[in-house]
Design a protein around this ligand. Structure first.
Ligand code: SAH
Ligand code: DHB
Ligand code: MG
Length: 214
């Protein structure tokens, strides 16, 4: 038996991840603008911010911008001169995110690149190595994004990938939809990758983590 439950998760959020007015407005504005309400949770955002600061990350890549909610949490963890490059295939999502980065006062730290991540990552290789990669886009792409991240992170760099639990379906053997199977496969690839030390941060929908050791 473990102690962790929803109430303890709210305890963490209230104590350590309460949103300021800007983050609250951004979160509320995302569905109002017709974007899906699938932003990460506040305590997941705080955790990414913590990791970025703890690892001294200056060059960060995010795959899946949506409305910029996770991006604002991460950008606030960057040091002066730091940069978040965030990839988004939907121009309308990118437009909303750009407005949010400006209203949060972090636009000088953030560059949105619009297009299919598979294409953009190929070009981005020239700008590496990177310190931190956050994966939160199409689950069918996760394996490819993992391969890219392992090859384009510095030693000591960190991979974080959202939806490790897929709402709990990863441990439901009756759940055989493609997204769930993609996440199961991805989690196993992380666990077995010899260049990474990995685990899962279990708050929210779970974030799989890996630090590159060789
Ligand atoms: N990280 C965001 C949520 C991302 S939702 C947050 O927590 O605030 C996933 C996003 O990935 C969506 O906006 C979707 O349009 C985008 N996406 C999906 N497939 C993609 C691809 N192949 N390339 C780039 N973006 C993609
Ligand atoms: C979905 C995607 C996500 O990244 C997420 O956090 C929640 C849901 C989805 O595609 O349904
Ligand atoms: Mg997600």
């Amino acid at each position: 038996m473990t102690t962790y439950n929803d109430e303890l998760s709210y305890y963490i959020t209230d104590l350590f991840a309460s949103q300021d007015d800007i983050l609250s407005l951004i979160r509320e504005n995302i569905p109002k603008k017709g974007l899906p309400a699938i932003s990460i949770r506040p305590e997941e955002g705080k955790f990414l911010q913590f990791l970025i600061r703890a690892t001294g990350a200056k060059k960060v890549v995010e795959i899946g911008t949506l409305g910029g909610y996770s991006g604002v949490w991460m950008a606030r963890g960057l040091p002066p001169g730091g940069k978040l490059i965030t990839l988004e295939k939907e121009p309308q999502h990118a437009k909303v995110a750009q407005e949010h980065f400006e209203s949060a006062g972090v636009s000088e730290f953030v560059e949105i690149r619009v297009g299919n991540a598979h294409q953009i990552l190929t070009d981005l290789t020239l700008e590496g190595p990177f310190d931190f990669v956050f994966i939160d886009a199409d689950k069918s792409g996760y394996s490819v994004y993992l391969k890219w991240a392992v090859n384009n992170l510095r030693i000591g760099g960190v991979i974080a990938a959202h939806n490790a639990f897929r709402g709990g379906s990863v441990i439901d053997e009756n759940a055989q939809d493609s997204a769930t199977n993609n996440i199961r496969e991805f989690n196993r690839q992380m666990a077995e990758e010899p260049r990474l030390i990995c685990t899962i941060f279990p708050a929210g929908d779970g974030t799989v983590l890996g630090v590159k050791v060789n």
